[in-house]
Design a protein. Structure first.
Length: 117
């Protein structure tokens, strides 16, 4: 059973680089799932139960995208989100971050959920 996730804490744009660096360091090797939420095309699960390698944010002017890489010793899967517009985090009932939702300019949301440790 999935516990309810409150995705409601916004990460300020000027902190995105720092946030994704910290997130990568804190959660490297932790299993994640990635799901695309799109009102027109429907939802699509891209990957589940895969170890997080890194989340790399390139600022506008450098590429303006976020690369999510999974794999243990080498990258086995990568997903890129272009032109981020919003980064929200979700906490469980005890306040631990268990999800990140990223919106892009095309209106697609990408939901990254951390498996419980």
């Amino acid at each position: 059973m999935l516990s309810k996730i409150d995705i409601n804490k916004s990460v300020p744009r000027e902190r995105w680089g720092e946030f994704f660096d910290q997130f990568s360091n804190d959660n490297r090797g932790r299993r994640i799932s990635i799901e695309i939420i799109n009102s027109e095309l429907g939802d699509e699960e891209l990957i589940q139960n895969a170890p997080l390698m890194a989340m790399i944010y390139d600022r506008p002017g450098k590429g303006d995208n976020l690369s999510i890489e999974v794999g243990k010793n080498e990258m086995t899967y990568g997903h890129t989100i272009d032109s981020l517009t919003d980064v929200l985090t979700g906490q469980n009932s005890t306040g631990v971050m268990i999800a990140v939702q990223i919106s892009d300019a095309a209106g697609t949301k990408t939901l990254i959920q951390l498996q419980s440790v």
